[in-house]
Ligand binder design. Structure first.
Ligand code: FMN
Length: 193
C-alpha cells in the first residue's frame, strides 16, 4: 500500500477570485491531514492555446502542455473543483484535459496522464445548483479516459455568499464535507496503489 499518495489539486477556472480555487484549497487541507503530499496548480500559470490538431501535428505539444501532462503523470490523485459554464465544464478545463491526453510517441502508452488515477470532484457556483451539472460531465469525461472518480462529490451553491474572509465556508458542515472529500481521496488512492 502506498504510504504518501501525491495529490494534484486544481480548479477549472482561470479567474483570480475563483470560488472553485477557494473550494479546492479547503479539500487540500483534508488531503494533507490524511497524509497526502499535495501540490496546488493554478491553470493560469500554464496558459495553453486552444487545442488544434493541425498545430499539434506541426509543432508537437507546447511547453505548457508538456508541463501539465508531467504534473498529471507524477501524481496519483486529483482534487478537482469545476465551475459550471452553460450547464457544463469550462473551456479552459476541457482544453487542459485534451492537451494532457495526447501521446507524444508511438511507444508512449495512451492516456498515461489519466489511467489509474483517482479523482475527487467538487464545484461551486453562485447559482442554486452549485455547479452540479458540470460535475455530471466531468465525471463522464474522466471516467472515459481511465480515471477512477470517487462516487462522493460536494457542490456549493450561492458561492458568492458562502466563504468568510479567511476562505473557509461559513457553513461548518459543508466545510467538513469538503475537507472529508480530500481525506477520502487520499485514503482510497492509498488503497488503490
Ligand atoms: C460563460 C458563463 C456561463 C455560465 N454558466 C453558468 C451555468 O450554467 N450555471 C451556473 O451555475 N453558473 C454559470 N455561470 C456562473 C459561474 O458559475 C460563475 O461565474 C462562477 O463564479 C465561475 O466559477 P469561478 O468562481 O470558480 O471562476 C456562468 C459563467 C460564465 C462566464
Amino acid at each position: 500500500m502506498l504510504e504518501t499518495p501525491r495529490i494534484l489539486a486544481f480548479a477549472g477556472s482561470l479567474r483570480a477570485g475563483s470560488f472553485n480555487k477557494q473550494l479546492v484549497k479547503i479539500a487540500m487541507e483534508g488531503a494533507r491531514d490524511a497524509g497526502g503530499e499535495v501540490t496546488y496548480l493554478d491553470l493560469r500559470d500554464l496558459p495553453l492555446p486552444v487545442f488544434n490538431e493541425d498545430d499539434e501535428a506541426q509543432h508537437g505539444l507546447p511547453e505548457n502542455a508538456r508541463k501539465l501532462k508531467e504534473l498529471f503523470k507524477s501524481h496519483h490523485g486529483f482534487l478537482l473543483s469545476s465551475p459550471e459554464y452553460n450547464s457544463s465544464i469550462t473551456g479552459a478545463l476541457k482544453n487542459a484535459i485534451d492537451w494532457a491526453s495526447r501521446s507524444e510517441s508511438e511507444e508512449e502508452p495512451s492516456l498515461v496522464a489519466y489511467r489509474g488515477k483517482v479523482c475527487a470532484l467538487m464545484s461551486a457556483s453562485p447559482g442554486a445548483l452549485g455547479g452540479l451539472r458540470a460535475l455530471v460531465h466531468v465525471r463522464a469525461i474522466l471516467g472515459n479516459i481511465g480515471v477512477f472518480v470517487l462516487p462522493e462529490q460536494v457542490s456549493v451553491p450561492v458561492a458568492h455568499e458562502a466563504f468568510d474572509d479567511k476562505g473557509s465556508l461559513k457553513d461548518a458542515r459543508k466545510q467538513q464535507d469538503i475537507a472529508n472529500l480530500g481525506r477520502r481521496l487520499v485514503e482510497i488512492t492509498r488503497k488503490l496503489n
